[in-house]
Design a protein around this ligand. Structure first.
Ligand code: ATP
Ligand code: MG
Length: 176
């Protein structure tokens, strides 16, 4: 039985999701099965992310998106927003319990928590319920301290510079 740990990629710098996917690509190359559940992105107003198109070409790396069709503001959460997130959390629980994947990425789960779209005890419980040996990666800025406390690996990606701040908009193939 492999050792399945909890990893977190957080911070305000660029590279959390791409780091998680890079890890997924490495894992697939070693014969592991990877599943990514991506929250908040994938709605109608978002661009098609290049990485999703690429992942779909890898048979051992699967992805499901639970994106909302608009940007979510903490004080304007609709019942529909909540329903999509609830569905994603339910899927995350199923996947973690089933243990059919060696690596499970919960992309932007930290932001989902921060927005109050899921409660911390729910996430702690589904992590605890996961099949032994499943490695979990949690991404998104503003990781909660309680998750950092239970994680085995935490990387904080700090923004030192980002071209966005000097007015360079998101570039196809680089930011999405
Ligand atoms: P990436 O998906 O490039 O690895 P990320 O997961 O670290 O980035 P998110 O917080 O998920 O970053 O950001 C969503 C989008 O904003 C992505 O297109 C990302 O490239 C871009 N982005 C990330 N960090 C910054 C930043 N500091 N300033 C502006 N845009 C950013
Ligand atoms: Mg991200």
């Amino acid at each position: 039985m492999r050792t399945g740990l909890i990893q977190i990629y957080t911070g305000n710098g660029k590279g959390k999701t791409t780091a998680a996917i890079g890890l997924g690509v490495r894992a697939v190359g070693q014969g592991l099965r990877v599943h990514m559940i991506q929250f908040l992105k994938g709605g109608d107003n978002f661009p098609q992310y290049g990485e999703i198109t690429s992942i779909k070409r890898l048979s051992q790396f699967t992805v499901e998106q639970f994106g909302l069709p608009h940007f979510v503001y903490p004080n304007k959460i609709s019942a529909e927003d909540q329903r999509i997130i609830d569905t994603g959390i339910m899927r995350a629980r199923q996947v973690l319990i089933a243990g059919e994947h060696d690596l499970v990425i919960l992309d932007e789960i930290n932001v989902v928590l921060k927005l109050g779209l899921v409660k911390l005890p729910v996430v702690l419980e589904l992590l605890k319920q996961r099949r032994k040996g499943v490695e979990v990666v949690l991404t998104g800025r503003d990781a909660l301290q309680e998750l950092i406390d239970i994680a085995d690996l935490v990387s904080n990606i700090t923004e030192i510079k980002h071209p966005f701040t000097k007015g360079i908009p998101a570039r196809k193939g680089i930011e999405f």
